[in-house]
Write a protein that binds this ligand. Structure first.
Ligand code: PGA
Length: 239
């Protein structure tokens, strides 16, 4: 299983340090073999060897240069970061990233051999039009994306389920994941209001290889509890 914690614009450097201490100790004491990835804010990056992976929530697709307000490859290399989240719905819908920009970012970081957690997912209006419309929408979000990229992790995150407490039914998750399984052999994560109460159940679904957790991952205790649930399922596929 693969479990990701996406902090978004939450937690200070100090809080992240305390959080990592709890999660790292949990992973080592319990000899967890599942893949754990934490995406802290840039300001909390530290150059410390870890037994969990650290990824970034975004970066600019360039070595360095005149990109005011952005962080590029050179700055990530300083922290040995080799994992990135691309295509998250908040970047698409709040920050206005286009599919073209997202695909360019994907190409750049794939060329740099990054592990890429690539997110797709439909707004409610599309979900309401049925499965065919939904898959057409997701296909469009895969335009320009190499779904055969060996270090790809694909996350299905319905926009209406992110941060809302709403989740699709287990069957709805399985339908989308089955369709995605036809497109790629990459591990498939589900994300959107995953919490301690539903993580185990979701991770046990067909073609679900892990979870991408936002709000509920902010508690180290809760995140560790979800890691324990994954370990119980004992279906580590690793990456
Ligand atoms: P959520 O966010 O768990 O708070 O719904 C998930 C995500 O945005 O990755």
């Amino acid at each position: 299983m693969i479990l990701c914690a996406n902090f978004k614009a939450n937690k200070t450097r100090q809080e992240t340090r305390a959080y990592m201490a709890v999660v790292e100790s949990f992973v080592s004491v319990n000899e967890i073999e599942d893949t754990i990835i934490v995406f802290p804010p840039f300001t909390a990056l530290e150059h410390i060897p870890r037994n969990v992976l650290i990824g970034v929530q975004n970066a600019y697709p360039a070595q360095n240069g005149a990109y005011t307000g952005e962080i590029a490859l050179e700055q990530l290399e300083e922290f040995d970061v080799k994992t990135i989240l691309i295509g998250h719905s908040e970047r698409r819908h709040i920050l206005g990233e286009t599919q073209e920009q997202i695909a360019a970012k994907f190409r750049f970081f794939a060329e740099q051999d990054f592990a890429i957690v690539y997110c797709v997912g439909e707004p409610l209006a599309v979900r309401e039009q049925g499965d065919e419309a939904l898959m057409r929408y997701i296909d469009a979000q895969c335009e320009g994306i190499d779904l055969g990229y060996p270090d790809l992790i694909l996350a299905y995150e319905p926009v209406w389920a992110i941060g809302t407490g709403l989740t699709p039914t287990n069957e709805q998750i399985e339908v989308v994941h089955a369709a995605l399984r036809f497109k790629t052999t990459a591990p498939l994560l589900y994300g959107g209001s995953v919490k301690v109460d539903n993580a185990g159940e979701i991770m046990a679904l067909q073609n679900v290889d892990g979870v991408l957790v936002g709000s509920a991952s902010l508690s180290a205790h809760d995140f560790c509890e979800m890691i324990a649930q994954a370990a119980e399922l004992n279906t580590d596929i690793g990456v």
